[in-house]
Design a protein around this ligand. Structure first.
Ligand code: NCD
Length: 303
């Protein structure tokens, strides 16, 4: 059975990842009519700039029409409508659904109410599969391959769903993983178990500079303010790891800095003009990866 929905990276096979990377590359810079006559609904019930707008831009570049929710406060969710009913309604109004919800598991729930193509654009601290795919595409473009690289995740590894999604995929490659985070924000043990089971080498460190020296890819994350119980908890960790141009130099010419964005203060703006800074190229790659996803999930469902 060919894939029509993307809820998690847990069931995404390496062959599929490689396929989507090559599809994204072939759609680079193009506009097509693959989704002519289709309507894409972008239902974002949690703040988003890039993910929603890059899906919308991707849909438009494939010739689709777009309807969207950008602010939960303007929807019937405010009146008490359930997720089930929201999805049943958009199953009738749209041909393809992209959704973001603050609760983990929301997309798993949603697919009970629609058989149509659906993409999880983020469910709480759980998963963000399209981001993981565009991250893989970016690593591939920047370094030419993924096996053999040392990939270091830095910052809020507890709540960063983009990291969680990427771990499932990297578990199928021969990369080495380093985690750098404050103790309280360390990567949840379930992800360590996934890497152990897959036989992927990994290391947890607190020394940022030492980790940079060993890295090919430095994947920075924002401390996820909205997931903390109190402002004080957030402030305790904000600014734990800040990447400066001097630190980037420790990684040499070939290291690449990635970030799913938005950046708060974890990468100094002085890094932006360095050739090692890949985070704005990563945004562009995201557009083509989302075109690849919309096109192929739709093709697999509608023919
Ligand atoms: C990420 C997210 O929403 O999880 N952003 C994104 O989709 N590019 C990362 C974040 O919000 O920190």
């Amino acid at each position: 059975m060919k894939r029509t929905q993307l809820v998690t990276t847990a069931d995404l096979k390496r062959e599929e990842v490689d396929f989507f990377i090559s599809e994204a590359e072939s759609l680079r810079g193009k506009t097509t009519q693959d989704l002519k006559g289709k309507v894409v609904a972008a239902l974002f019930f949690e703040p988003s700039t890039r993910t929603r707008l890059s899906f919308e831009s991707a849909a438009l570049r494939l010739g689709a029409g777009v309807i969207s929710v950008a602010d939960a406060s303007t929807t019937s969710t405010k009146k008490g409508e359930t997720l089930a009913d929201t999805i049943r309604v958009f199953d009738k109004l749209a041909d393809i659904i992209v959704m973001r919800q603050p609760t983990a598991g929301a997309a798993d729930e949603a697919i009970k109410y629609t058989p149509k193509p659906l993409i999880n654009g983020g469910d709480g601290a759980n998963q963000h599969p399209s981001q993981a795919l565009l991250d893989m595409y970016t690593i591939h473009r920047e370094r030419g391959m993924i096996d053999g690289l040392t990939i270091t995740f830095v910052g809020d590894l507890k709540f960063s769903r983009t990291v969680h999604s990427l771990i499932y995929i990297l578990a199928q490659y021969k990369a080495k993983i380093i985690f750098v985070s404050p103790e309280e924000l360390q990567i949840p043990r379930e992800y360590i178990e996934i890497l152990k089971k897959a036989g992927v080498a990994f290391e947890e460190m607190t020394d940022f500079a030492e980790a940079i020296k060993k890295s090919d890819i430095l994947y920075m994350t924002r401390v996820q303010k909205e997931r903390f119980e109190t402002e004080a908890d957030y402030l305790k960790h904000k600014g734990a790891y800040i990447l400066t141009p001097t630190l980037v130099e420790l990684g040499g010419k070939h290291i690449r800095v990635m970030h799913p964005l938005p950046r708060v203060d974890e990468i100094e703006t002085g890094v932006d003009e360095m050739p090692q800074a890949a985070y704005f190229r990563q945004v562009e790659n995201g557009l083509y990866m989302r075109m690849a996803l919309l096109k192929n999930l739709s093709k697999n469902y509608y023919g």
